[in-house]
Ligand binder design. Structure first.
Ligand code: SF4
Ligand code: SF4
Length: 140
């Protein structure tokens, strides 16, 4: 979840969002937003928080989340992902959860991507990662 720029002040990390397809913006069905996130979104777009909430978020099982759209790489992705560059189009207005992700020095999805591309000796390979919950599996 990056603007594709690693700032000097950030701690050293072992992943490179500029070389990633934004698994984090795509494979999680919910990108939760708080009131503060919605206010920030509104400021970013120059609209009221109420308008930002209506335009850019939706209710998913009682949780307020960013809207999603069909994706060219994964099944769906965040409505704010640039599907060509795979970068965030609202970097300075993005929610807190995006700012803190992955919250450690490694990104597991980046590791999988690198592993598979090395394994296949092909820089075009994209592992199709999907998160499911066992309850959903049992219901299917
Ligand atoms: S999945 Fe990891 S490496 Fe890829 S964009 Fe997200 S944080 Fe960056
Ligand atoms: S707001 Fe930006 S960083 Fe967050 S999920 Fe959407 S595209 Fe990714």
């Amino acid at each position: 979840m990056s603007e594709k720029v690693i700032k000097e002040s950030q701690p050293r990390v072992h992943y490179d969002c500029t070389k990633c397809l934004a698994f984090c913006c795509s494979i999680y069905e919910r990108v939760a937003v708080t009131k503060r996130d919605i206010t920030r979104l509104g400021k970013h777009f120059g609209v009221s928080a109420a308008e930002a909430k209506r335009r850019y978020t939706t209710d998913r099982d009682g949780e307020r989340v960013l809207k999603r759209v069909k994706d060219v790489v994964f099944e769906e992705t965040c409505a704010f992902l640039d599907q060509k560059t795979r970068g965030c189009t609202i970097y300075h207005g993005r929610p807190e959860v995006c700012r803190s992700y992955p919250g450690r020095s490694r990104c597991a999805y980046y590791d999988v991507l690198r592993f598979e591309r090395t394994q296949q000796d092909d820089e075009n390979v994209v592992p199709q990662v999907k998160i499911i919950f066992r309850e959903d599996e049992a219901e299917a």
